[in-house]
Design a protein around this ligand. Sequence first.
Ligand SMILES: [Zn+2]
Ligand SMILES: [Zn+2]
Ligand SMILES: [Zn+2]
Length: 223
Amino acid sequence: MAERTYPGVCLVDGTETTKRKAKNDIKKCLTKERGQDQDATSWLVQFQGKYRPGYWIVLLIRKDVTLKAIDSKLRYLWLECCGHLSQFTIYGHTFQSNPDRNYGDNEEGMNVSVDSLFRVGLSGEHLYDFGDSTYLTFKVLDFLPFAPKERNGIELVAQNHPPDIRCSSCGAPADIICLECFYEGDSEKAFLCEGCHQEHECDEDMTLPVVNSPRMGQCGYEG
Ligand SMILES: [Zn+2]
Ligand SMILES: [Zn+2]
Ligand SMILES: [Zn+2]
């Protein structure tokens, strides 16, 4: 079977890359554009939609930020709709955004430095919203001598191009998801352009926009 390449862009210098090549491309770009800084150390971490692997990002994460800071960044970039709970799973431990001590002592909060958790090659999961859940997986790709440019210590350094989603009716780029079709298993028919949506027979208020996120079409997520 042909491997999908999942194209995207390296945001350090704006050049094309793919999910698979991103790690090496980003390292080359950072070395060329910024030069190595032996006093700085950051994790290079790739996140993707667990069930929607075409959505991927790579973050440069300062060595000692907290899981909470990464959770905020993921919400900002990809996930936030109505302030749902979220959770990381790492080495079988769960770290919740709002831990409730009454549910046993397995759940730690997210005020934990990644310095004590991450190592190169580590993989884990992130879940946003225990109702209409969006599942992400992540992998620590590398540990590098560069500092993130963002003040919160987390910089988005690569992202997938929006997948080419077409109107099921006319083949133009799709802008709208009909949620009635989407949740009634007719997901083939759910993606529509503005024009065809006006002719579409379902409830016209039951829609969400097509957005570049693994949370597309879930809860009230509008990007
Ligand atoms: Zn929501
Ligand atoms: Zn159309
Ligand atoms: Zn419909």
